[in-house]
Structures are given as C-alpha cells and as structure tokens.
Design a protein around this ligand. Sequence first.
Ligand SMILES: NC(=O)c1ccc[n+]([C@@H]2O[C@H](COP(=O)([O-])OP(=O)(O)OC[C@H]3O[C@@H](n4cnc5c(N)ncnc54)[C@H](O)[C@@H]3O)[C@@H](O)[C@H]2O)c1
Length: 252
Amino acid sequence: MSREEYSGMVAAVTGGASGLGLAIATELHARGAIVYCLDRDDDKVHSPLIGVHCDVADRSSVHTAMDFVAADAGRLDVVVANAGIGAQGDIEANDDDEWMRVLNVNVIGSARTVRAAMPYLRKSPAAAVVFTSSIAAWAGLPERAPYSTSKGAISAMTLAVAADRLPLGIRVNAVAPGTADTPWVGRLLEGASDPERERVALEARQPSGRLVQLQEVADEVAYLASPNSGSSNGVILPVDGGMYSLRPRRPE
Ligand SMILES: NC(=O)c1ccc[n+]([C@@H]2O[C@H](COP(=O)([O-])OP(=O)(O)OC[C@H]3O[C@@H](n4cnc5c(N)ncnc54)[C@H](O)[C@@H]3O)[C@@H](O)[C@H]2O)c1
C-alpha cells in the first residue's frame, strides 16, 4: 500500500493500545497518517503512534483527549471509534449496573468519541468515521446478551450518523469482525475450563475454520476510511470469514 494514501492526514483511534485498535492504528500509520491512540492504557502506546489518555466512559475525558489531538496535530480527518469491552451472560445473568457499564462504554462511549470529533471533522476535506461493530450484531451468539445488544446499537448508529452527516461529506462506516485473535479473546480462552477445546470451537464457528486476523480488520478499516473510498458510506462491512452470509456444508 502506498504511503501517500493517508499522507498529511491525522487519525484518532480509540482503544488503540491493544488488539484491533493497535492493528488499525499501525496500518493507518503505515499508509501515511499521523495516528493518535486514545486509550485508558495510553502508557502502552509506543512511537511512532502517539498515546493519549482517554476513558470513553467519561465525557470530559473524551473531549479533553480529542481537543488535544486537534490542537497538537492542527487537524483531524479520521476517527475510529473502536474501544469496547466484552460481557458474558444471557438475559438473566447480569444486573442493571453491568448492562449500564457495557452500554456506557461500547455505545455511548462511541457516540461521545464521534461527537467530540465532529467540530474538527467538519473542517477536514476527507473526513471519515469508522465504528467497530461485530458479528454479534447480526448473529445470535450464546451468552452474549448485553454485548450483542451494544454492537447492534453500534451498527444502527453507523447508519444514522452516516445519514445525518451525508450533507457535510463526512463518511461513516463500520467493520463487523468475527472472532478475532486479540488479547481480549486470549483472556476469554484463559478463563475457559479447557482453553484449547474452546479455541477449536471458536475456530469451527467461523466458516473459514480459523479466527480473523488483526491485519485483516485493519486493512478493511483503512480501506473504508481512505480518501480513495469516497463512495463508500453507510457500509457495515463483515470481516468474519463468511460467518454473516455463508452456510457451508460441514465435512461429514
Ligand atoms: N476480538 C474480537 O473477536 C472482536 C470481534 C468483534 C468486535 N470486536 C470489537 O473490537 C474492539 C476492540 O476489541 P479487541 O478485541 O481489540 O480488545 P482488546 O481488549 O485487545 O483492546 C481493547 C482496547 O480498548 C481499551 N479500552 C477499553 N475500555 C476503554 C475505555 N473505557 N476507554 C478507553 N479505552 C478503553 C483497552 O484499554 C484496550 O486497549 C471492541 O469494540 C470489540 O467489541 C472484537
């Protein structure tokens, strides 16, 4: 990929200290952008990426971080609202506090991020937002009621914000990854009674027979946010090894 694609552009990636966010930030930088990683764990962000402390659960923290990025870089073109937390359990398993915690970080945290960025995106000649949704927004996965609900909201928010900002030329898209090989999934596996068996089960759930690689998600985000993708708007792009749309025959 040419370094010129994002040359002169500035990106902010929430959750950019780990997993998908880190892979996305690294790819945007490889394509020429200056990239700020907004994360609770900003001390884990290393040069050439720029770490900025941000808790998306807290309104003033998000505004302070986004204002810093715009002042430091002098502009802001791309926002990737990616920070999120997992939650396990069916509809009865979690109390209101846990539902509020998950929705506050995953849904309102993403809204806060984009809202705080809007004054700066309005001034960009090639503004783009990418949300991180999930296959969980489309497919009923067991024991994921609050998490899936939060990701369904992200997909709906993608379309609503894309429609609202169409007149301004700010494009808004999302990726919907299947199970990806991130530290988060690593923690999930560590917590299973038989991690190896659990990993095989997760791989088998993907029609591709393997977990999604971080780079595959990073490439799709970079594609959606690229100034070369000016006609891609309101897209929720599955990056899931076919899980959303394919029904392959299993081997006998
Ligand atoms: N891993 C998967 O299989 C998968 C699949 C589909 C979607 N996703 C989504 O991808 C996103 C990233 O997940 P990941 O697997 O890379 O997880 P991860 O745990 O590896 O990374 C998440 C990052 O977000 C940060 N973060 C968490 N809460 C935050 C907060 N309140 N404020 C600021 N930063 C915060 C963490 O510090 C961490 O750096 C999430 O939105 C998740 O829902 C993940």
